[in-house]
Every structure is written in structure tokens, then in C-alpha cells.
Ligand binder design. Structure first.
Ligand SMILES: *[C@@H]1O[C@H](CO)[C@@H](O)[C@H](O)[C@H]1NC(C)=O
Ligand SMILES: *[C@@H]1O[C@H](CO)[C@@H](O)[C@H](O)[C@H]1NC(C)=O
Ligand SMILES: *[C@@H]1O[C@H](CO)[C@@H](O)[C@H](O)[C@H]1NC(C)=O
Ligand SMILES: *[C@@H]1O[C@H](CO)[C@@H](O)[C@H](O)[C@H]1NC(C)=O
Length: 354
């Protein structure tokens, strides 16, 4: 009897996992593409993991973009883990792509962040790659229409944001355009959050300048529009994650829309992340709700933020342990021109959650 229940649960879980909501970020599995795969022949597209058939088509017709998209998947994962390293949910489960666990298979706030970040990452990486001249489909972004202010002129090579947004959206939104996959509510949510990610990327465009003139006097400056680093965009999205809005799928007029659950008078705003399912507090391990728990996570005794032992360990307490750090020390400057250092060991106390 118990075995049968176990079996049915397994079948249920695998059905959830196959048809689950994480389907549209499965392309992040491209991060595992072996670097020996040259990706210069259309038959390579079928060997890539995590792509839906329309993405395989895009791969065939835009083969030269694929190395950049593989790199975008790597950037998205690395940036997510970094941005959430001080949180109970630390994004490490993104490594499981394309076989996500329930934290990213459900319509949670965490998945909202990952969709937004992935959409931003792919457009960011393509927009940047355009400036290297390696992509046949694009080059530097256009010179801004506005006349330059006093003291500078337009020059340099701008990130090609428009091309990045166009091709990035085509590729990363493709799974959500497939009919018959996933529920309408989930598709709307994922498309919305992906657009929020691209909006945050647009907002990160800033003026970058280089000085010229006699010995760097900066009497002449050339400036262009460049994107901030992806980690900065991720910080912006993390703020949106913390204030994300829970929505419900409700009929309005003759169509169903996603509207804020609590204040259903106000429409969803273009800049806010939305989610359909509440997350657990991630304190205890519970795979049925996608919580990995914080036991054995490192915490910071002197911090008062989310990585403090109090918050990270959910009040369960923590255990100290001694850690050895190796540092450069007793550095000496030698005329001319090098520095030698010794290696010193220092014992520091660290803490992990009970
Ligand atoms: C693809 O790249 C590999 C390795 O760089 C090279 O040996 C091969 O000739 C290339 N094939 C084509 C069709 O360009
Ligand atoms: C992230 O959280 C998981 C689950 O609690 C843990 O196993 C992992 O070590 C954590 N990673 C980091 C870098 O703290
Ligand atoms: C702990 O937090 C404090 C205050 O935010 C910070 O200065 C310190 O570098 C942190 N320590 C570690 C080990 O992260
Ligand atoms: C942490 O403490 C500092 C200084 O007391 C304070 O300025 C800051 O707002 C606190 N941060 C949090 C998250 O409570």
C-alpha cells in the first residue's frame, strides 16, 4: 500500500515536472553545453538541452547567436546565485536546469525573479556581443538622437539594446508562445515578468564616457549609451522581487486578466513582478513545497540583514566553527618594481544554522 502511494506520488511529481511551469526557463540548461561543441552546424541545435522546438528552429536560423545565448544562460545562473547568496532561498536550485524542483516549477515569486533575470540576461549579453563585431546580424547601437551637451561628443560603440531586446525576447519568450503548453494564467505571468526584466534592462542604460585631450585632461570627451552590468540589473530586480504582487486570474470584460489579489481595483503595473502562488518561508526542508531549508547555511553574526544568524536560521540558533583563511601579508616593495608577500594563516570564527 505504502509502495503504491509512493509510486503514484512519483508519477504525479514527474507529470508536474514534465508539464510544469518551469518549462519556459529550461533553456538555462544551455549553460551546461560542453565548450568543445563548436555550434557551427545546424545539426548541433538538436543536441542542445532544454530547448522547445521553436527554439531549435531559432537556433538553426541564427546559429551565430548561439554561443552568445549559451553565455547568457551561464551569466543568468551566476548572477542569480550571487544576488541571492544572503537569502534563505539562495537560487542554488537553478543549477538543476532543465529539471527544476518545485520552487521554480510553481508560479512563485522566486520563479518570477528568475524569468525576469533570464530575459534581461539574454538581451544584455546579445546587446553587448554586438559591440565586439563578432555577430553578423548587428553592430554598435545607433548614435543617440539628442544633441550632445557641452564638453562631449557622441562616439565609441554603444551596446545594441534594440537588437538585444528583439532577439532575446524572440528566443526566451518562444516557449510561452507555444499553444497547449501550460495554463493561460502561467503564460501571462511569465510573459509579464520577462517584460519586467527587459524593462529593468532598458532602465539601466546610462551614459558612458572616455576622456581625451592632453595627458588625460579630459578637455574632450566621447560618450555613448551603455548598459549597466547584469549584477546591477539583478539588484534592481531583487528590489522588485521583495515587493512583488500576488495576482489572480479573473474575468474582466470578455477576457481573463491577471489582477492584484488584494487590491483588485488597480491594474498590474508594467514595472512590478507578479506571482500566482505564495512561497514557503524556506526555513525547513520540505520538498513538497520546494523548500530546501537553511540548516548548515552560513550566517553572519554581526549583520542585521537577511544573512544575519537570526533571520537566516529562523531563530533555531547556530553553531560556531573555526575556519582557516590564508592571506597575503608582510608585503615588501622592492626597487624597482615588484612586491613580494608572505602567506599568513588566520583563524576566524564562522557560524552555520542549526
Ligand atoms: C566547426 O568548427 C570545428 C571546430 O572549430 C571545425 O573543425 C569545423 O571545420 C567547423 N565546421 C564548419 C562547417 O565550419
Ligand atoms: C544554498 O542553499 C542550499 C540549500 O539550503 C545549500 O545546500 C547551499 O550550500 C547554499 N549555497 C550557498 C553558496 O550558500
Ligand atoms: C557580516 O556582516 C557585516 C555587517 O554587514 C559585514 O561588515 C561583514 O563583512 C560580514 N561578514 C562576513 C563574513 O560576510
Ligand atoms: C542595520 O543597522 C544599521 C545601523 O544600525 C541601520 O542603518 C540599518 O538600517 C539596519 N538594517 C536593517 C536591515 O535593519
Amino acid at each position: 500500500m505504502k509502495a503504491k502511494v509512493q509510486f503514484l506520488w512519483t508519477v504525479f511529481l514527474s507529470l508536474v515536472l514534465q508539464t510544469g511551469l518551469g518549462y519556459a526557463i529550461k533553456w538555462l540548461a544551455l549553460s551546461k553545453t560542453p565548450s568543445v561543441l563548436a555550434l557551427n552546424q545546424t545539426q548541433h541545435c538538436k543536441q542542445l538541452e532544454g530547448l522547445v522546438s521553436s527554439q531549435v528552429q531559432l537556433c538553426r536560423s541564427n546559429l551565430e547567436l548561439m554561443q552568445t545565448i549559451v553565455q547568457a544562460a551561464r551569466e543568468a545562473m551566476k548572477t542569480c546565485r550571487k544576488a541571492f547568496s544572503d537569502m534563505r532561498w539562495n537560487c542554488s536550485s537553478i543549477e538543476r536546469a532543465p529539471n527544476y524542483l518545485l520552487d521554480l516549477e510553481r508560479g512563485t515569486r522566486e520563479s518570477a525573479f528568475v524569468y525576469a533575470l533570464s530575459a534581461a540576461a539574454i538581451s544584455h549579453t546579445i546587446a553587448r556581443a554586438c559591440t565586439t563585431g563578432d555577430l553578423p546580424g548587428c553592430s554598435c547601437g545607433p548614435v543617440p538622437g539628442e544633441t550632445p551637451g557641452p564638453g562631449y561628443r557622441w562616439g565609441g560603440c554603444a551596446d545594441n539594446l534594440n537588437y538585444g531586446l528583439l532577439m532575446g525576447a524572440k528566443f526566451s519568450d518562444a516557449p510561452m508562445k507555444v499553444k497547449k503548453t501550460g495554463s493561460q494564467a502561467n503564460k501571462l505571468m511569465h510573459l509579464h515578468n520577462s517584460e519586467v526584466g527587459r524593462q529593468a534592462l532598458r532602465a539601466s542604460l546610462e551614459m558612458k564616457c572616455k576622456c581625451h585631450g592632453v595627458s588625460g585632461s579630459c578637455s574632450i570627451k566621447t560618450c555613448w549609451k551603455g548598459l549597466q552590468e547584469l549584477r546591477d540589473v539583478a539588484q534592481d530586480l531583487k528590489t522588485k522581487y521583495l515587493s512583488a504582487t500576488k495576482v489572480v486570474h479573473r474575468p474582466m470584460g470578455n477576457r481573463k486578466h491577471l489582477v492584484p489579489k488584494d487590491l483588485d481595483i488597480r491594474p498590474v503595473q508594467d514595472t512590478e513582478l507578479i506571482y500566482l502562488q505564495s512561497s514557503p518561508d524556506f526555513c525547513m526542508k520540505n520538498e513538497k513545497v520546494g523548500s530546501h531549508g537553511t540548516q548548515d547555511r552560513q550566517c553572519n553574526k554581526t549583520s542585521n540583514g537577511s544573512d544575519s544568524c537570526d533571520l537566516m536560521c529562523c531563530g533555531r540558533g547556530y553553531n560556531p566553527y573555526m575556519d582557516k583563511v590564508v592571506e597575503r601579508c608582510h608585503c615588501k616593495y622592492h626597487w624597482c618594481c615588484y612586491v613580494t608577500c608572505k602567506k599568513c594563516e588566520r583563524i576566524v570564527e564562522r557560524y552555520v544554522c542549526k
